[in-house]
Ligand binder design. Sequence first.
Ligand SMILES: [Zn+2]
Ligand SMILES: [Zn+2]
Length: 361
Amino acid sequence: MRAAVLREFNLPISVEEVELLDPDPDRVLVRTKASPFCSTDVTSFHGNLGKIPPTILGHASAGEVIEVGSRVAGIKPGQRVIVPGTPECGTCYYCGIGRPDQCSELFDLGGIYPDVARTAEGQLVSAAGCVGGYAEIMNVSKNQVFPVESDLPYDVLALLGCGITTGVGSVFNVAKVQPGDSVAVVGCGHLGLWAVQAARLAGAARIIAIEPLADRRALAGELGATDLVDPSLQDAVAAVKSATAGRGADVVIEAAGAPEAQRLALEVSRRAGTVVYSGVDHGTAEVTLPQIPLAVQSRQLVSTQNGNVRMRRDLPRYIGLLERGLLDASPIITSRYALDEINLALKKSETRDDLSGVIVF
Ligand SMILES: [Zn+2]
Ligand SMILES: [Zn+2]
């Protein structure tokens, strides 16, 4: 099969023929149909998230099942499936407490991901994040394959592996936004724009989009934001306060990743408000926060991985919203690329020309 192999950090990704390893009895072969190029892949490309080359990036995909191992039940060849960034083994401690977003099958691997292919020179190639979505075929755990009953196009379904689940889940599952709430969204990339749409669906009274790029800010307005703030020109704290009776936002969704954005997210919340961190800058980034807002003022700082997703609960819900047009992927998917164009997709993600550039097969 052909795969986009990250052979060395910071060097162009190599699209090459590799030999797919035979799947073991608990694994599934999926023909990849679509994989979005995510900002997390840019961070991994630069060696800032602990991946080990040679590896295949791409941590969220949709495709069609080709073959299942002998110990796999409930998944059949020909099914349309989502291969999300997070598995759900159902037996680890975290799955047991209802938090499969922290499933041991991914997070207790210590960053050593399974090998799925071999290069022409015989070198083993891993699937980063256990997905390896930038390849024609994925060799994945049965616990990371979720059949879907939906005619939505594959490029939309693929966004359910990371962007939609994180942005929408931050609002529904983590902040639990209520009708009438004021919600500030810091950063209007794909995660932030999904959060804006979810806040609108939750009935938020004010949705304040804080974003320095004019086109992203304008899109946030089209998707439901009531107030648009350019933090490079305006005092964002003052702007949010003036939109919220002087208090600050009831809920703040941080969807940017930079430490300054995370600090700003805390600053624009109200006392005893809820702040959700969903972005990540790089593996060793640190955030410095003032103590009084967290302690005396009781602002509730929480974070989320993949929107605290529970795939079997959330997928049908999110798919229904997409099918009814209540969540709209069309402005979020800004480009479609062939696998051979992966280095262009990388560049367009890094320069923020793309919201979600999707590799389609
Ligand atoms: Zn992602
Ligand atoms: Zn688990």
